[in-house]
Design a protein around this ligand. Structure first.
Ligand SMILES: [Zn+2]
Length: 370
């Protein structure tokens, strides 16, 4: 029968994430065999299959470089003697002594394309909306309504659950989302899906995780940062006061540069408008924090705001974004008392003036406001 004569080329023609269920007959082994020197193990609940993420039937090499998945053939290098599909993880460095090398230098994870980040963050906000925590994050003394946002505008924000386990559930759900929507991207990191999207990472057992490996007392607000075309480039989290110790920052990037297979978000700026729709010579307002910028626009709909994540961040991006506009810089009023803020304000104005001088721009001066 042709059925047990499947070769590598047959697998490559199969659609993405094709699930094989007929495994009763062993298949002919392909000429290609996995480069394994340390033997194989069966997958378990603690260490599920990296390809299909199921806890049974599949196997993996103890050096973690190869998975033998009994279910998914798409992307496989060939067929093993037991009929399983051989998947090679090129991102795992070769090692001869995994026992003494449980923490290899993390391979650098490239950030996912903006279209994928935008889609995943939108899906995150859609499936874990701030409305789930109405009393805390919307209606409470620290909620979005008390800041001045309208009820209808709260749907632009998400919430992360306090427990690591619940966040991992959301990560798994979003992994499936990427698998469905961007199957090509999923191949890049052995079907981990969300790897490459700041905030997500993958633990040593192959389980995808979201945010830090710790427990919190309260849910966290998710604040999207949108680019000049309205796409979510990254998100910030606002932690509850009860979850931070003194001196710690309340607003953090949803990023995971220190976690296994995690990556950084950078410090993008946020646009409340599309510059392509605003003619040159108009006025933009520069402020600190996307939430503040959006609140301002909610209260004063004619305002076009650009937000930096911090007074010392992304000056070059702001100068570029505001280059053809008049700029009102509306940092917090503490520039009058806080020398550090004052210095950053001066640095930003100087950068903008120097940029204008270099480009021979003539325009009205930047104004201060607070
Ligand atoms: Zn599998």
């Amino acid at each position: 029968m042709a059925n047990n004569r499947l070769r590598l080329t047959d697998f490559q023609l199969m659609p993405a994430c094709k699930t094989d269920t007929k495994q009763s007959k062993p298949r002919a082994s392909s000429a290609w065999q996995p480069p394994v020197s340390n033997g194989f193990r069966k997958v378990t609940t603690k260490r599920p299959c990296r390809i299909c993420h199921k806890p049974d039937w599949c196997g993996y090499s103890t050096d973690e470089r190869t998975s033998i998945c009994m279910r998914v053939s798409d992307g496989a290098k060939g067929t093993a003697r037991n009929g399983g599909n051989i998947h090679v993880h090129n991102d795992v460095p070769p090692t001869n002594s995994p026992r003494y090398n449980t923490k290899p230098a993390p391979p650098s994870i490239e950030i996912a394309p903006i279209e994928i980040r935008d889609a995943v963050y939108r899906e995150l906000i859609r499936s874990s909306p701030v409305q789930k925590y109405y009393p805390h994050l919307i209606d409470g003394p620290d909620g979005l309504l008390s800041r001045g946002l309208l009820e209808g505008e709260t749907s632009n924000y998400g919430a992360l659950r306090p427990t690591r386990k619940e966040r991992a559930q959301l990560a798994r759900q979003l992994r499936k989302f990427v698998l469905d929507k961007f199957p090509e991207y999923c191949r890049r990191y052995s079907y981990a899906g969300v790897v490459g999207i700041p905030g997500f990472w993958q633990d040593a057992n192959g389980i995808v995780q979201l945010w830090k490996p710790r427990e919190y007392k309260m849910p966290m607000l998710v604040i999207p940062y949108k680019d000049n075309r309205g796409r979510i480039k990254a998100c910030q989290l606002r932690l509850h006061r009860g979850d931070i110790s003194e001196g710690e920052k309340r607003y953090r990037w949803l990023a995971s540069p220190l976690e296994r297979r995690g990556c950084s978000s950078g410090t993008p700026i946020h646009f409340t408008f599309r510059p392509s729709t605003l003619s040159h010579g108009q006025t933009v307002l520069i402020t600190e924090g996307a939430l503040k910028a959006e609140t301002l626009v909610s209260l004063r709909p004619q305002v076009r705001a650009i937000a930096t994540s911090g007074v010392s961040c992304s000056h070059a991006e702001i100068v570029e974004a505001a280059r053809t506009y008049n700029a009102l810089i509306a940092f917090d009023a503490d520039h009058k008392t806080n020398p550090a803020v004052c210095r950053q304000l001066a640095r930003l104005i100087a950068a903008r003036e120097q940029d204008a001088a270099r480009r021979n721009y003539h325009r009205t001066r930047s104004k201060l406001n607070h």
